[in-house]
Each structure stands twice: as structure tokens, then as C-alpha cells.
Design a protein around this ligand. Structure first.
Ligand code: MTE
Ligand code: MO
Length: 361
């Protein structure tokens, strides 16, 4: 249980420069360039990626998914058998719970995301609830545990990547066991041959490279559940579990960048500011754009689905000089993005407003 489990990171948060280990993780796990916010569905290769261990090489001819535990009829299904079951397609905005981590001070040592560990894809496959119903869930069932093929060691604990969902979440009709992404076979890095996609939850719930699904009657206490992915004050705090995506918006930085600093330069005159906003707690209801500290409501487009981002636009007339642009969203629960960073020990759920400095010249 939390407290006696090892902490998920290697060392205490730091104010020092980026470490070689963080650079190594950053080079493996890429984010979505902000200009890709212009697409409803993130084009192939631009969706963010987060893989704790190695991308497994899976032979689809021999691979089977096992569904067992507290069920009446355990199942073993290969790729062909899965394709004889009903198929749904769900557009989903997915975000890593660690997004924004490297902007925290002090900085938790892990994948050093800046702002853009997000992407939207259309995931197609079998509704999880359909297969759980086929297997026949026992009345005593509490959670469903999803285990990946990928194996590694985190904080000294050898493990396969595994996470659980409360039964009620697992039985939602939009939770999908996906074998296609954006109309194509699932790419290796996104979980081939089969992954879970849990709309509205931070990405850690959407287990890739599925090997087994086990219905359990006690809370799952695997590393990524009871030690990783918790909002903790410090190493000794058991914390609370990370679940749904907090409300957030991002802007496509206007103008053109300086290569090295990525500072923005644009000419004076009218410019359309554009971005996206999303929340896993409820729909986005408002986006405001901050121009030198003055907040103005943006125009919002309709989202493509219940768990996809909404496009927003705001025309701005840029005066010569230095400016600071920002954006903040509000969702249907009334939650608003904070102006200041939301610090916690693992660097989870940082949904503070993005600020973009622009030079108009
Ligand atoms: N098997 C497995 N599933 C996994 C992970 C992993 O390392 N192994 N990473 C999780 C995390 S933390 C995130 S944010 C999402 C990222 O999904 P993506 O790489 O397809 O964007 O996958 C989740 N599923
Ligand atoms: Mo993540």
C-alpha cells in the first residue's frame, strides 16, 4: 500500500538543470507539436507517446488476450476472434497525467513534459463491456485489472505495466479495446495488437499491448496503481489516485519561431489566435484568452465527441511591441484552469494556463 511502496521517481524533486536521465526519457517519449492543435484528429506520428519500459515486439499470429478472474466463462481471444465481435469507433482526446511536469518548481524527476503531452485519435475496436458481459462478471467483482506485455523495473520493483479500473468505469459503453487508430492498424508504439482506451481519464489508464484482463474482488495494488499516479504532497504521503483529465486549453503559438529559443515573432495587424480545450470531468463551456493580462471570451466550436477537445478562436489586432498571450478553459463542473502551477510530488495534473510571449515587429 502507499507509504510502504517505493516512490515512483528516482530522487527528490530538483531545481537543478535537466539531467541525462530526463533527456533520455524525453528523446523516447515525444509530445505533440502545438501547431498540430489545428487538426481535429491528430495526424499519424504527431500524437504524444509515453512508454515506461520498451515497446514490445508482438507476434500477432500467436498473441491471445486472456479474460479471467471473477468471471463465469473465462475467454481466450486472438485477433481474428476479436474482429468477429461488434466494433465501435470513439474519438478521444488523451493526455498524460505528467503533462506540464517540467514546468513545476522544484521539478519532479521523471519524463520532463512541457505543455503538449496530448493528442486526439479515433480508436476502433470491441467495447470492453461487451466482452466482460460475454465472460459473465461475478456479483462480487470490484475492479478490472489490465496487464500489458511490456516489462521493466521502476523504483526497484520488477513489473509488467498494469492498471485497474473500478467495475462501473470498465462497464461504460465508450471504453474500447482498440485494434485500430485513425482507421489504420494500431502502430507498435500505441499498443499493437490491442490496447485499452478509457475516454476522459488521463492516459495511464489506457493500457497498451494488452495481455490479460482480470476481474478482481479486491482493490488492485500494483505499482502503477498504489505507488505511481497519485497526487502526493511528499514521499511519505499516500496521496489520492489520479483519474480524470483536468480542464485545460492550449494555443497554437502565433507567428514564426526563432529556431533555438522558440520565441514568437509576428507582424503588426490582425491575427486569428487558435487553440483547443478539453476536460475529462465534463464538457468545456468557456475559453478565455488573456492578452497582456486582460481576459476576453473566445469563440468555441462544437466537439467531435463527448471526450474530444473543442477548437477555439479569437481574432486579435497585434500592436508593435512585446506581448503575453494566455488561455484558460472552464468546464461544466465549474472547474477553471489555475493561473499558478499546481505542485505535487509526482508532478501530476498540472493544468496551469499556458503563457506565450510574442514580439510584434
Ligand atoms: N502497457 C503500457 N501501457 C501504457 C503505458 C505503458 O508504459 N505501458 N503508458 C501509459 C501512459 S502513462 C500513457 S500517458 C499512455 C500513452 O499512450 P500513447 O503512447 O498511445 O499516447 O499509455 C499508457 N499505457
Ligand atoms: Mo502518462
Amino acid at each position: 500500500m502507499p507509504g510502504v511502496m517505493p516512490t515512483p521517481h528516482s530522487g527528490e524533486p530538483t531545481t537543478g538543470p535537466l539531467t541525462a536521465e530526463e533527456l533520455q526519457l524525453a528523446a523516447r517519449n515525444h509530445s505533440m507539436p502545438l501547431e498540430a492543435l489545428l487538426h481535429d484528429i491528430t495526424p499519424p506520428g504527431l500524437h504524444y507517446l509515453l512508454t515506461h519500459f520498451d515497446i514490445p515486439h508482438v507476434d500477432a499470429d500467436t498473441w491471445v488476450l486472456k479474460i479471467g478472474g471473477a468471471v463465469q466463462r473465462p475467454l481466450e481471444l486472438g485477433g481474428m476472434a476479436l474482429r468477429t465481435r461488434p466494433r465501435i469507433s470513439v474519438p478521444v482526446t488523451m493526455e498524460c497525467a505528467g503533462n506540464g511536469r517540467s514546468l513545476l518548481l522544484p521539478r519532479p524527476l521523471s519524463q520532463p513534459w512541457t505543455l503538449e503531452a496530448v493528442g486526439t485519435a479515433e480508436w476502433s475496436g470491441v467495447p470492453l463491456a461487451y466482452l466482460l458481459t460475454e465472460a459473465g462478471v461475478d456479483p462480487a467483482a470490484l475492479e478490472v485489472v489490465f496487464t500489458g506485455i511490456d516489462e521493466g523495473i521502476q523504483s526497484g520493483v520488477r513489473q509488467r505495466y498494469a492498471r485497474s479500473l473500478p467495475l462501473a468505469e470498465a462497464m461504460r459503453p465508450d471504453v474500447v479495446l482498440a485494434y485500430r487508430m485513425n482507421g489504420n492498424p494500431l502502430p507498435p508504439q500505441h499498443g499493437y495488437p490491442l490496447r485499452l482506451v478509457v475516454p476522459g481519464w488521463y492516459g495511464m489508464a489506457s493500457v497498451k499491448w494488452l495481455q490479460s484482463i482480470e476481474v478482481v474482488t479486491r482493490p488492485f495494488d500494483g505499482f502503477q496503481q498504489s505507488s505511481g499516479y497519485r497526487y502526493q504532497k511528499d514521499a511519505d504521503d499516500a496521496g489520492t489516485p489520479v483519474t480524470r483529465i483536468r480542464v485545460r486549453s492550449l494555443m497554437v503559438p502565433p507567428g514564426i519561431p526563432d529556431f533555438f529559443t522558440r520565441r514568437r515573432i509576428l507582424p503588426p495587424g490582425p491575427v486569428m489566435l487558435r487553440g483547443r480545450a478539453w476536460s475529462g470531468e465534463g464538457g468545456v463551456e468557456q475559453v478565455e484568452v488573456g492578452i497582456d493580462g486582460e481576459w476576453v471570451a473566445a469563440h468555441l466550436d462544437q466537439p467531435a465527441g463527448a471526450h474530444t477537445w473543442r477548437a477555439w478562436t479569437l481574432p486579435w489586432v497585434a500592436d508593435p511591441g512585446e506581448h503575453e498571450l494566455a488561455c484558460r478553459a472552464t468546464d461544466s463542473t465549474g472547474a477553471v484552469q489555475p493561473l499558478e502551477q499546481n505542485w505535487n510530488y509526482q508532478g501530476m495534473g498540472n493544468n496551469a494556463v499556458q503563457r506565450v510571449r510574442v514580439s510584434v515587429e
